[in-house]
Design a protein around this ligand. Structure first.
Ligand code: PL3
Ligand code: FE2
Ligand code: FE2
Length: 242
């Protein structure tokens, strides 16, 4: 039967080519895992709002643009809150706060020192690439209500990644050293956050390898766009495994 799906993008199969099976959204095990994942996303969006406002203080000439990005994050937060409510799930916010605490601490420290490069790497590159990977994978296995919301959200996340990428590209000569150092300190945190969320994500039918693959695509693409060469990108990506 003819479908309207684009032939190049096979969203109904996993990376091994097996058909994707939707989970039972009303199962207790699903709701239990969702209470943590939903909280992570809500907390992540909330902190993203705060972070873009903070970055606006460090780059006053871009404050209006950054405020717009921040407002989008607030909208995302509301959207994901509605997704939890729709499934009858109470988000486990204390869990999510702890989940982000190390990365949050590193952002706060960089902000207090006025380290724009580190702030942008943490929020606009690492967190956004993490969100893009999670949302792209989630869209394939989400309930219809959440799928629609997440599709709208992920489009914005590319704009956020792009903002950071373009600023870093324009300032690459002066920020490369700080970028590499900040990456060394923060990419391993992203990897460990992914490890922590993998079991719950699996219950939502989100595959860990697929999450890692999507993350690497978004992350490496942005480093290419910034103007880093293959060797520098390989070195930076390897910080996740050593
Ligand atoms: C900034 O725009 C967004 C920051 C949020 C980062 C969240 C990463 C989430 C990882 C867990 C998988 C989520 C699946 C989606 C479920 C609603
Ligand atoms: Fe967002
Ligand atoms: Fe974002």
């Amino acid at each position: 039967m003819a479908t309207i799906a684009s032939p190049e993008v096979d969203i109904d199969h996993d990376i091994q080519g097996s058909p994707l099976e939707l989970p039972d959204f009303s199962a207790e095990s699903y709701k239990d895992a969702y209470s943590r994942i939903n909280a992570i996303v809500i907390e992540g969006e909330k902190e993203a709002y705060d972070n873009y406002i903070s970055i606006g203080n460090l780059i006053p000439e871009n404050a209006a643009e950054l405020k717009k990005l921040a407002v989008m994050e607030m909208k995302h937060m509301r959207g994901f809150t509605a997704c939890g409510k729709n499934l009858g799930v109470k988000a486990d916010m204390p869990f999510a706060k702890k989940f982000f605490s190390k990365l949050h601490g590193n952002f706060q420290e960089a902000f207090s020192k006025g380290n724009i490069t580190t702030c942008l790497l943490i929020q606009a590159i690492l967190i956004e690439a993490f969100a893009i990977s999670a949302y792209n994978v989630y869209i394939r296995v989400a309930d219809p209500f959440a799928k629609k919301i997440t599709e709208g959200v992920v489009k914005d996340e590319y704009l956020h990644l792009n903002y950071g990428q373009e600023w870093l590209k324009a300032n690459l000569d002066t920020c490369k050293e700080e970028l590499i150092q900040a990456n060394k300190e923060n990419l391993p945190l992203i990897k460990s956050m992914l490890d922590q969320v993998a079991t719950d994500a699996e219950i939502l039918h989100m595959d860990k390898e697929e999450l890692m693959e999507e993350f690497m695509i978004a992350y490496q693409d942005s480093l290419v766009e910034m103007g880093l060469d293959n060797r520098q990108i390989a070195r930076m990506a390897l910080a996740a495994v050593v």
